[in-house]
Design a protein around this ligand. Structure first.
Ligand code: PLP
Length: 390
């Protein structure tokens, strides 16, 4: 409410020094909570900025990487530059490529490995890069994910980062959902390898108690963002900007105008504090663990991939006579559970299998709600299995 009421349009430092400086401060705070390498802090060459969404964060780093590569190889090399990601990467990357003019045939979607719980293997990425290099193409961007949207898989950051470094490529890590968990020391391991990254994003509006929109992006070298995205029209010139003594966040994002979003994040950090935010995350993960145990205890169901955070991927095991690998059975279970109006679960498809997804992420969820959801799923499963000819 405060952020809306102040109605700040803080594109340059001069338009609201407080909005800009608070953003620098709170992004440094969260970077320290996540134990990001010091290069990502504002005191070094890097720094953090609040974008509207992860999609925008990915787009701005892709544009920066494209700009860096075209400066090195010449403008005409646009048709040769190639992006690498796994088939579990969020579609935001594909959209960013469409907007950034990356040739559709230059987007390498490497199949994630089901034996690695749907993380991509470094070998598969290396192989794709070698093939492209021998065809005279220019690999320039790798996007890894910590907490994929379908199954919360974690890509091998360190290895992918090394590959990116070896080929002078930009390495981005998208941790839109799971990044929040990494403020807990026991989950920080999922960010090991972030030292190799050029940029990292996490959505405070997903699992960090902050209202939409508030997507946090850090870069190791802010000059790449500024080179790619800055404009300097006469009507925006002012002493502070010209002296280069301040940050103008207009040069770190797509639009010119921007909201006072740092106030929302500042409020969350001051209101809860690090320990309360950590317990909030831990509680959700414990509730998800509890749900996972309930699934394991009923032989009619199975957990499809090991759970990393607060998402459980599971399914109702189809009777042997089912020809569609349980697709219809699980679709019907989801549909009947959601039609009850009592819970809402979503689905994905992994290795051709229809998978149900249960996630804990709401501030008021308690164990009794998880138990009630599970009971509902069990009852609906009993009805459905009763209808299936065994
Ligand atoms: N990346 C990941 C891993 C996500 O899970 C999501 C959303 O679910 C996104 C990106 C896109 O987020 P946004 O809506 O903030 O663009």
């Amino acid at each position: 409410m405060l952020s809306a009421a102040f109605n700040i349009v803080g594109f340059s430092w001069i338009t609201s020094p407080a909005a800009t400086e608070l953003e620098v401060i709170v992004l440094d705070w969260v970077a320290k909570m996540l134990k990001l390498p010091s290069e990502f802090l504002s005191a070094a060459l890097g720094g953090g900025v609040i974008q509207g969404t992860a999609s925008e964060a990915i787009l701005v780093v892709l544009l920066s990487a494209r700009d860096r590569t075209l400066r090195k190889h010449g403008k005409k090399s646009l048709e040769k530059i190639v992006v690498y990601a796994s088939d579990q990467t969020h579609s935001a990357l594909k959209k960013a490529c469409q907007i950034a003019g990356i040739f559709p045939e230059n987007i390498r979607i490497v199949k994630a490995d089901c034996s690695m719980n749907y993380a991509v293997t470094p070998g598969a990425v290396s192989e794709a890069i070698s093939i492209d290099l021998s065809a005279g193409l220019i690999p320039f961007f790798i996007c890894a994910t910590v907490g994929t949207t379908s199954s919360s898989a974690v890509d091998p950051l360190h290895e992918l980062g090394q590959i990116a470094q070896a080929h002078d490529m930009w390495f981005h890590i998208d941790a839109a959902y799971a990044g929040s968990a990494c403020i807990c020391p026991e989950y920080r391991k999922y960010l090991n390898g972030v030292e190799e990254a050029d940029s990292f994003n996490m959505n405070a509006h997903k699992w960090f108690l902050t209202n939409f929109d508030c997507s946090l992006l850090w870069v190791k070298d802010r000059n790449y963002l500024i080179q790619a995205l800055s404009t300097n029209p006469e009507f925006l010139k002012n002493k502070a900007s010209q002296e280069n003594s301040v940050i103008d966040f207009k040069d770190w994002q797509i639009p010119l105008g921007r909201r006072f979003r740092s106030l929302k994040l500042w409020m969350v950090l001051r209101l809860y504090g690090v320990e309360n935010l950590q317990s909030y995350i831990r509680k959700h993960i414990q509730l998800a663990q509890h749900f996972e145990q309930l699934v394991i205890s009923d032989p009619r169901f199975e957990v499809v991939t090991p759970r990393n955070f607060s998402l459980v991927c599971f399914c109702l095991v189809p009777p042997t006579c089912e020809v569609d690998n349980g697709h219809k059975l699980n679709y019907d279970l989801m549909d009947s559970a959601n039609s009850s109006g009592k819970i809402f679960i979503s689905h994905t498809v992994l290795s051709g299998k229809f998978v149900l997804r249960f996630v804990v992420g709401a501030p008021l969820t308690e164990e009794q709600h998880v138990d009630a959801a599970w009971k509902l799923l069990q009852d609906e499963a009993t009805k459905l299995l009763g209808n299936v000819v065994q």
